[in-house]
Design a protein around this ligand. Structure first.
Ligand SMILES: *Cc1c(COP(=O)(O)O)cnc(C)c1O
Length: 405
């Protein structure tokens, strides 16, 4: 516990943690079970193309999502692309700018144009009113994100998409195992996409899934995932190779078996952070509605520099010195990334996105932090926020030396 700012590692004190607390440590589950499944796959000699472990994982994913279909893929980026192709989207797709780059890249890689939409200033979720103002003659769809695992404005977006004749797709990479109005995330819009990347709530090393109740859409996605093959010696579409192999499915099954344990572990950390940060001025935690199910995979704070005297980046740097590795999820806004930046002046092109992107910081949780460690991190954040002005007065401003991802 730091008592004065001289105790901070940035000023020569001992780091709060001897070993780095990282973010996104994989939730593996029972290692022996994983090895057994891998051994069985090797014994079968059937490692991909409709092999049994992928089939089993597919059924379990559909069950969690409450959908008729799950189409497993090698990752969520490819799943988004398959869904976009299977839906026949063209022209422009409205996406939030406050998200991981993959949301926009999936659209752009297919030769469509992502049109960046602002978000709600408090929740960070796609703003349906701004989305409506961006609809033009070329718009074919809205691709919304359940940011940080909180459901986005699903009801309003469904109404908007129906009224304007647009397809609605959800990037649910953060929202596996979550609900909206008691119904699992997965069954909304035309389709939703999960990620099972190793840093996500449930992991399959790399992996993703399209989930949907639409039989025809699922059928097209299955064909597109496998080179557009629709029957023996029959290729009906320009497809790609987006299949999930058995080693990934084995990891996915092993990880998914621990879903409720992971949820509980994450929830405990979230509650520790919530309690620890409740009275810290200038630090707001992204909260989860306790009436819904969440996976609590991200603990995200928003730093108000005017109150703390400390910018988000300065806070991240001070925490890093204490061996607390944080991530700026999500900075910068996609609309400012090189492939998408236009001549339009910044800042304030998407004011809420730019504000939240400048203030958000994800703290260690999941497999990386015990509740005791989370309590210490919360205490540290509280101490730094409260002594922010004193700290910045002593800091040599060194910017741009933070982590790059
Ligand atoms: C992780 C992530 C993706 C990409 O997932 P991959 O499985 O790594 O391709 C897409 N969208 C969001 C919002 C993500 O966080």
């Amino acid at each position: 516990m730091k008592r004065t700012i001289r105790d901070l590692a940035a000023f020569g004190g001992a780091p709060e943690f001897a070993e780095p607390l990282v973010l996104g440590k994989p939730g593996v589950g029972n290692r022996q079970r994983l090895f057994t499944l891998l051994g069985e796959a090797l014994d079968r000699g059937w490692l991909t193309n409709g092999a049994p472990l992928a089939g089993q994982f597919e059924r379990q994913v559909a069950e969690v999502a409450g959908t008729r279909h799950a189409v497993l893929t090698c990752n969520a980026t490819v799943a988004l692309q398959l869904a976009i192709r299977a839906l026949g989207l063209t022209g422009e797709v409205i996406v939030p700018a406050l998200t991981f780059a993959a949301t926009a890249h999936a659209v752009s890689w297919l030769g469509l144009r992502p049109v960046f939409c602002d978000v709600h200033p408090v929740t960070g979720q796609l703003d349906p009113a701004h989305a409506e103002s961006l609809i033009g003659p070329e718009t074919s769809a809205i691709l919304a994100v359940h940011l940080w695992g909180n459901p986005c404005a699903i009801g309003e977006l469904e109404e908007l998409a129906a009224r304007r004749g647009l397809a609605l797709l959800f990037d649910a990479a953060h929202a596996f195992g979550c609900t909206w109005r008691g119904k699992p995330i997965g069954g909304f819009g035309s389709a939703e996409v999960f990620s099972f990347h190793s840093t996500k709530f449930v992991n399959s090393f790399e992996g993703g899934a399209i989930v949907t109740d639409d039989d025809a859409l699922a059928g097209r996605a299955v064909a597109l995932r496998n080179f557009g093959i629709t029957g023996p010696d029959e290729v009906s579409h320009v497809g790609t190779n987006g299949k999930m192999h058995e080693a990934s499915a084995a990891m996915g099954l092993t990880s998914l078996a621990e879903l409720e344990r992971f949820r509980e572990r994450n929830r405990r950390n979230y509650q520790v952070y919530r309690k620890g940060l409740a009275s810290v001025a200038g630090v707001r935690l992204i909260e989860f509605d306790e009436r819904e199910q969440h996976n609590y995979q991200y603990v995200v704070i928003l730093v108000d520099e005017e109150i703390t005297g400390l910018s988000r980046d300065e806070l991240a740097r001070l925490l890093y010195a204490e061996n607390v590795v944080t991530r700026r999820y999500f900075y910068p806004g996609c609309h400012t990334m090189a492939p998408y930046a236009t001549a339009q002046p910044l800042p304030n092109r998407l004011p809420n996105t730019e504000d939240l992107a400048a203030r958000c910081l994800a703290l260690p949780t999941g497999a990386a932090a015990t509740p005791q460690q989370a309590r210490k991190v919360a205490e540290l954040v509280g101490f730094l926020a409260e002594s922010g002005r004193e700290v910045t007065a002593r800091l040599t401003p060194v910017r741009g030396d933070l982590m790059t991802t």
